[in-house]
Design a protein around this ligand. Structure first.
Ligand SMILES: Nc1nc2c(c(=O)[nH]1)N[C@H]1C(S)=C(S)[C@@H](COP(=O)(O)OP(=O)(O)OC[C@H]3O[C@@H](n4cnc5c(=O)[nH]c(N)nc54)[C@H](O)[C@@H]3O)O[C@H]1N2
Ligand SMILES: Nc1nc2c(c(=O)[nH]1)N[C@H]1C(S)=C(S)[C@@H](COP(=O)(O)OP(=O)(O)OC[C@H]3O[C@@H](n4cnc5c(=O)[nH]c(N)nc54)[C@H](O)[C@@H]3O)O[C@H]1N2
Ligand SMILES: [Mo]
Length: 671
């Protein structure tokens, strides 16, 4: 007889869907959207529906046993070995690295391959104890934004509660693409609101196409655009003077910059027509308004400055602290009181953790005096990280002992000495807290892992044992941790009840952030001018800057989320791959014409770090001078065994040692 079990999707996605798994005779027959879940409403997005009923449950595609490299890294031969042998070899090699070069010569890269609590935080107990060098996870994604919002608001993880949209009259989505990166937020949260929707994005993606107003700036010019909007708001008397004087510092310091940011100057810098910009500014200022600051927005050379400039808009219009207002970058665990420091056992650190930026990973791993061993878990750096060619060459070092923990034999796993098979989210219990909505969800075990695959926490308990570590925290049982975590939330129940309910909303009424007018900055106010930023080498106030247009026949390449891929997950699913078709690059028809390229023709796209062949798509969703090629394909499935990151030079943004991938400059020519 068929039965149905509730669980939740732990992918790195704003939506955080509820899932219903159908099982018959103890085996999964289908993975569906949970009809009772407020976001999924019975429907999974197209990519997860394919992958969860495809490659993720295909035992042939999944890693089932630990593997050991048979000979040199140039060849791709692996042989299955027992868990005991794999763990013993890892312990011996780590021991050697520690003895010769210290624990900091062991690097580990990890990110959001799975976002459930234990699977992403528990392994850190092992690395804290080990003293390994942490490849700072957020530097590949959103660290500039975290730092920038930290200066202005004192926090980047206390976003608006999406439920407060019921009281909004305007929603401004700036540098996010919900139609790909948050498909349910696009089709429900946004499309069902009566508020006016403004999208600010260099790409006319599906959300922009549908929005009431689409402002289409040239990439990297958003700070100038924000200042232009502030100019209009000030000129039209729409500044909330009371809010500014009660809750901000530094307004008078940016007034002259705002005064100088005339609409015509703004149009020149950004390419946004004056009338559209004025209209958007008026609607936003009048409010109550929400501002969604996307992660794509800050992956720019001056992404930190952009985020600081945008964050001034709510401060001067009083669009904070009241129903229907707020800013959202991400929602952390704050009000849900999930104690992630306990799950990662930060106290096990024996010294401050050495860290490097993802922008430096290729160089660090190439250096035998610096890096002796490399662990990659919840991540596929050979697909997602910059300077792909240099990184692959570093990963080819025979004397870099490499361990990859994954569900699949990824491009990164192809460079491993030992591959450890991980269980998927359908195969162990965990807790999931999405980063847009403020829900708490259960991830429930519905199947046995294939072969000898194990959940991340169990893999790292075994590694601790192999290393001979005595600390009891390293062996704490999953269920005990989940119950302690839930107990500390004050929800009043343990994991069994959460599993039964699936997803709970701990806050029946929308959470209104900063309602008390207090901001966790040094001054307790919104810091339009920030002494802290200044001390860190940044201007005291955000600047109305705009990146110059690329000259000399170059294009600004954007490589954001694809609607069919989840980062580089699903790049190995046959159905997803057939939906994707060949890798392509979108060009404005005028640019294609100037390059004598036809729609469908192959083009060679090159940058300072590499080149790749992509199929041209002529489309006016991008303006002249802008090119678009989505991220996330598996290099080994592509001609030339590379993806778009072969073009990414790994340059830093102005803050947080963070990726400025959307600032990549390329040349394009017929193949
Ligand atoms: N060009 C370009 N590159 C980019 C970006 C861009 O915009 N443009 N965006 C960047 C961003 S924002 C990010 S976040 C990164 C993401 O880059 P990655 O973190 O590399 O990508 P993911 O697909 O999230 O996860 C990687 C791996 O986690 C594995 N995984 C899933 N579940 C589990 C599990 O339970 N256990 C283990 N051990 N592994 C599991 C998956 O099989 C997958 O291989 O990419 C960055 N790269
Ligand atoms: N389907 C799918 N969903 C995903 C992911 C995925 O790979 N696929 N990845 C997940 C992850 S890890 C993340 S971090 C989020 C990211 O999701 P988002 O926050 O939506 O970020 P991106 O997809 O990188 O880029 C969003 C938009 O930023 C725009 N952009 C780029 N440069 C600029 C600029 O200078 N100014 C402005 N205004 N806009 C700019 C791009 O054109 C793009 O449309 O999505 C998550 N959801
Ligand atoms: Mo990300």
């Amino acid at each position: 007889m068929a039965e149905q079990i509730r669980t939740s999707c732990p992918r790195d996605c704003y939506d955080g869907c509820g899932i219903l798994v159908e099982r018959a005779a103890g085996r999964i027959t289908r993975v569906l959207g949970d009809p009772d879940h407020p976001v999924s409403r019975g429907k999974l997005c197209q990519k997860c529906a394919l992958a969860y009923n495809g490659v993720w449950r295909d035992p042939e595609a999944r890693l089932q046993r630990p593997l050991r490299r048979r000979d040199s890294k140039a060849s791709n031969g692996f042989e299955p070995i027992s868990w005991d042998d794999a763990l013993a070899e890892i312990a011996a090699q780590l021991g050697r690295a520690i003895e010769s070069h210290g624990p900091e010569s062991i690097f580990h890269a990890h990110y959001t391959g799975t976002c459930s609590l234990l699977a992403s935080e528990f392994p850190l107990r092992f690395f804290h104890r080990l003293g390994a060098t942490d490849v700072e996870p957020d530097t590949i994604c959103n660290n500039a934004g975290h730092e920038a919002l930290g200066y202005v608001l004192g926090t980047s993880v206390d976003g608006f509660d999406p439920k407060t949209i019921a009281d909004s009259r305007c929603v401004m989505v700036w540098g996010a693409n919900p139609s790909a990166s948050a498909p349910h937020a696009h089709s429900q949260w946004l499309r069902e609101t009566s508020a006016l929707v403004i999208v600010v994005d260099p790409v006319r993606h599906a959300t922009a196409e549908w929005a009431d107003i689409h402002l289409q700036p040239f990439p990297g010019t958003d700070a100038a655009l924000a200042f232009g909007m502030m100019h209009v708001i000030r000129r039209e008397g729409l500044i909330d003077e009371g809010f500014v004087s009660a809750h901000t510092v530094g307004w008078e310091e940016i007034e002259p910059l705002i005064e100088a940011s005339t609409p015509h100057r703004t149009q020149e810098l950004t390419g946004v027509p004056v009338a559209a910009m004025e209209k958007a500014a008026r609607h936003y200022a009048t409010g109550p308004s929400l501002l969604w600051l996307g992660q794509g927005l800050q992956r720019q050379p001056r992404g930190g400055n952009v985020m600081r400039a945008c964050a001034v808009l709510p401060a001067i219009t009083g669009n904070l602290g009241k129903p229907g207002t707020g800013v959202c970058y991400l929602n952390g665990d704050g009000p849900r009181q999930i104690d992630s420091d306990y799950v990662s056992a930060v106290h096990l650190k024996r010294a401050p953790t050495p860290t490097i930026s993802h922008m430096d990973l290729a160089d660090a791993l190439a250096d035998p005096e610096r890096a002796r061993a490399f662990f990659c878990w919840n991540m596929n750096v050979a697909a997602s990280a910059p300077r792909q060619r240099e990184l692959r060459s570093a990963l080819s070092r025979e004397d870099l002992f490499t361990v990859v923990v994954d569900l699949f034999q990824t491009d990164t796993a192809d460079f491993a000495n030992i591959v450890l098979p991980a269980a998927s989210f359908l195969e162990f219990d965990d807790i999931m807290t999405p980063y847009f909505y403020l829900y708490v969800s259960a991830q429930v075990k519905v199947d046995e892992p294939p072969g000898e695959a194990l959940p991340n926490p169990e893999i790292f308990r075994r590694l601790s044992r192999a290393m001979g570590y005595p600390e009891p925290e390293l062996y704490e049982d999953d269920r005990a941790i989940l119950d302690v975590v839930l107990d500390r939330t004050g929800l009043g129940f343990g994991f069994d009840e959460l599993a039964e309910r699936g997803t709970i909303d701990p806050f029946p009424d929308p959470v209104i952030r900063f309602a008390d007018g207090q901001f966790p900055t040094p001054s307790g106010r919104i810091e339009i001018a920030s002494a802290r930023a200044e001390a860190d080498g940044h201007p005291r106030v955000p600047q109305p800057d705009a990146d110059a247009r690329p000259g000399d026949g170059q294009f600004r390449l954007l490589s954001p989320a694809s609607e069919w891929l989840m980062n580089d997950s699903y790049g190995n699913d046959a159905n997803v791959r057939s939906k994707l078709g060949p890798a392509c690059i979108y060009l404005n028809p005028e640019d294609a014409k100037a390059l004598a390229l036809e729609d469908g023709e192959a083009a060679v796209v090159s940058s300072q770090t590499g080149e790749i062949e992509l199929r041209v798509r002529c489309s006016d969703i991008v303006a002249r001078g802008v090119a678009l090629a989505h991220k996330g394909r598996w290099p080994k499935g592509e001609p030339g065994a590379s993806n778009v990151n072969v073009l990414n030079p790994g340059e830093r943004s102005d803050m947080g040692e963070s990726s400025s991938v959307h600032g990549t400059l390329v040349r394009i020519a017929a193949a």
